[in-house]
Design a protein around this ligand. Sequence first.
Ligand code: UDP
Length: 311
Amino acid sequence: MPRALITGVAGFIGSHLAERLLDEGVSVVGMDNLLTGDIVNIERLAGRDFVFIRHDVTNYIHLEGPLDFILHFASPASPIDYLRVPIQTLKVGSLGTHNTLGLAKAKGARYLLASTSEVYGDPLVHPQREDYWGNVNPVGPRGVYDEAKRFAEAMTMAYNRVHGVSTRIARIFNTFGPRMRVDDGRAIPAFFGQALRGDDVTVFGDGGQTRSLCYVSDTVDGLLRLMRSDIDTPVNIGNAEELSIRALAEKIISATGSRSRIVLRPLPVDDPKVRQPDISLAREALGWEPRITLDEGLKRTFDFFRKKLSL
Ligand code: UDP
């Protein structure tokens, strides 16, 4: 039976990945220091072929036994988190990537890096293709995340080239669904929380900035297809349907039947004006594309937040 290590297993995407791998008969070791992850996300895995180790992967990792896959998903991933814990964000992307790559080399395991659309920064090319190098401000507040992930990609390619480690790099675009933290500050949890409480819905800037939102089961499907493919260059994983943040706020207000009103708040520094993945590579090479529509995904996410907020 194959055995996988998932770092950041108690996080949003990490916990969904763990569940899917277990369903497929993979034995899973999950690691997390619970800085931004929540143990509640993995409670349902008790009794399955799953072991949880509380560990900060920026420190040396010791793990007994064979390992076939390492999926490095540990990192704060929302703008307010990396503003709150900037040094930890830099460390997990750099030292944590180095340690997990070292472990992959020692075990002969295949390595999947969770990279991000943030490597494109505030993009000057639209939509973003994998061969675009990005427009990142290294010293701005988001730089701690963007540059850590850019370093992580460089380190991953170096281990591939120098040590022959079998590596995969997923550039994950905005993903949403159940198990997002209500208070993680990102648009979807923020809007659901505000709409369900009847509070004002805070749209930053004029709301004209765009994002393209992928439902988590589609993201996980793309990630696992990439892991099992033979592509070692970066691959965009995301939904190509783009919409403005104002349109997203309106959709969530109407989906929840809320009477909340939209209020405009200042745009955070370096907030990307547009974001949309070109997913031609994933389509052609992985035979993958998202299947869950935004409306269907929002419906499922609404159910989660309604229960979470006990409304
Ligand atoms: N946003 C907003 N109101 C909020 C939270 C976020 O208007 O309460 C905006 C944010 O400025 C950005 C977009 O929604 O333009 C997506 O933000 P998010 O934090 O979800 O992720 P990002 O794509 O910026 O990493």
